[in-house]
Design a protein around this ligand. Structure first.
Ligand code: SF4
Length: 163
């Protein structure tokens, strides 16, 4: 049998993004509907509401947040660092309990981004870096892909054959 994967819920059609919308990738939605993947939304697991104010990591990336060297704020200046760290650990614990070692996470998110995130200035500017949940999963040995690496955007890794 195909090993079970986890997919960011918003990529599989769940309307859990900050703006109340999904960012559906049909291939991933199909994977979930076939029963080959489960969906999780780290930020919803931490109890954040949908819709919610957009959040960005200020002062570093997800690794820096885990290490206490950067923080997560929304665009009203509310400090959401604790919720984002809870989101990461809840996600990790569910994956470990389910024996899931491979995930496809939404690129660009302060939780799920695995190659790029927004730079903390709320100006729509991206920078290289990982989100908080992605950082914890990577540190814990989970294989993390994004919908962009999965779709062959700029990664040589033949991810599709493994999915
Ligand atoms: Fe939830 Fe991650 Fe999608 Fe954000 S990117 S809505 S945290 S699954």
């Amino acid at each position: 049998p195909v090993p079970l994967k986890m997919v960011s819920a918003c990529l599989a059609g769940v309307q859990c993004r900050y703006n109340g919308q999904a960012k559906t990738v049909p291939l991933l939605k199909d994977m979930v509907q076939r029963g080959d993947a489960i969906t999780l939304c780290p930020e919803r697991l931490a109890g954040l509401a949908t819709p919610r104010r957009p959040a960005e990591i200020v002062g570093g990336d997800g690794y820096a947040v885990l290490d206490g060297k950067a923080r997560v704020y929304n665009d009203c200046g509310e400090d959401l660092t604790g919720a984002f760290i809870i989101a990461a650990y809840k996600t990790l614990h569910i994956l470990q309990a389910a024996g899931i070692g491979e995930v496809v996470l939404k690129e660009g998110s302060p939780s799920c981004g695995s190659r790029e995130i927004y730079d903390g200035t709320f100006s729509g500017t991206k920078r290289d870096g990982v989100g908080v949940t992605a950082a914890l999963l990577l540190r814990s040995g989970i294989r993390v892909y994004s919908e962009q690496t999965l779709l062959g955007d700029s990664q040589p890794e033949p991810v599709l054959s493994k999915m």
